[in-house]
Design a protein around this ligand. Structure first.
Ligand code: 5GP
Length: 287
């Protein structure tokens, strides 16, 4: 008989972080840099643990150059040619991870099989239609809380992948225990993205699409194979110029979160996190 898990599972929109006593005097005092030594490879990483998703629109070499300036990295998409890679990859280190999963038992399985970092998220992505096409998924905040617990018990690490729509969501993902947070849609529409800037109804827009969308499958596989359905959508996003301002907005928000909960370092954020369940995240008056 199918089992129904009646435990409440939550998404970023269902919670806010409770402010706590803080002795920090300025947001500039907050250190967002983290250093990790990975369980299996023993490699060490130091940086601000935000990753641009490996989607061909945002996971570009151009994006990687700007992100690297801020000690963040980019999961480069897999559709560059070997020649393009050779030109780019002299001074940029690579990193491998496994996923995507949403349950503690799968995290443990992957870590014990040799993975260092596990990507967590099935269905939360901004251009993902997996939940609609398959009925499969797991609310992202709960997935991160549960998977982080399993990973950290084994000295592994996790990436919260997908579902962040604003800097506050990034902070909630770190608060929930994510070691890294991967973002696609939040980096779409910038100069460093692949694709043309188009004019629609007097506004500049760029195309952003899921890597399992019709658009991506037509581009790289000649179309959607008969045995499968597309699990991504294609959207036009407003053109937003240089990604630099978006990066500063995300990092500024994150520093501010840390000051509100009294975390001098990003490392302390999850220990300083108490989520409160909410029915509304922010005022809708001018929405
Ligand atoms: P976002 O930050 O835009 O909410 O989510 C980005 C993540 O969405 C990616 O890192 C990837 O895991 C996921 N994603 C990207 N394209 C697709 C797609 O076509 N289908 C599905 N199911 N997920 C996608």
């Amino acid at each position: 008989m199918p089992r129904v898990d009646a435990d409440l599972k939550l998404d970023f929109k269902d919670v806010l972080l409770r402010p706590k006593r803080s002795s920090l005097k300025s947001r500039s005092e907050v250190d967002l840099t983290r250093t990790f030594t990975f369980r299996n490879s023993k490699q060490t990483y130091t940086g601000i643990p935000i990753i641009v998703a490996n989607m061909d629109t945002v996971g570009t070499f151009e994006m990687a150059v700007v992100m690297a300036k801020h000690a963040m990295f980019t999961a480069i998409h897999k559709h560059y040619s070997l020649e393009e890679w050779k030109l780019f990859a002299a001074n940029h280190p690579e990193c491998l991870e496994a996923g995507n999963v949403v349950t503690g038992e799968m995290v443990e399985e992957l870590i014990l099989s040799g993975a260092d970092i596990i990507k967590v998220g099935i269905g939360p992505g901004s251009v993902c239609t997996t939940r609609i096409k398959t009925g499969v998924g797991y609310p992202q905040l709960s997935a991160v809380i549960e998977c982080a617990d399993s990973a950290h018990g084994l000295k592994g690490h996790i990436i919260s992948d997908g579902g962040c729509s604003c800097p506050g969501d990034v902070a909630k993902a770190f608060g929930a225990g994510a070691d890294f947070v991967m973002l696609g849609g939040m980096f779409a529409g910038h100069d460093q993205c692949a694709g043309e800037i188009m004019e629609k109804n007097g506004k500049k827009v760029m195309l952003f699409y899921g890597m399992s969308s019709d658009t991506a499958m037509k581009k790289y596989a000649g179309g959607v194979a008969e045995y499968r359905a597309s699990e991504g959508r294609t959207v036009e996003v407003p053109y937003r110029g240089d990604v630099e301002l978006t990066i500063l907005d995300i990092l500024g928000g994150l520093r501010s979160t840390c000051t509100y909960v009294g975390a001098a370092e990003l490392k302390e954020l999850s220990r300083r996190t108490t989520f409160i369940r909410v029915t509304q995240q922010h005022s809708q008056v001018f929405s």
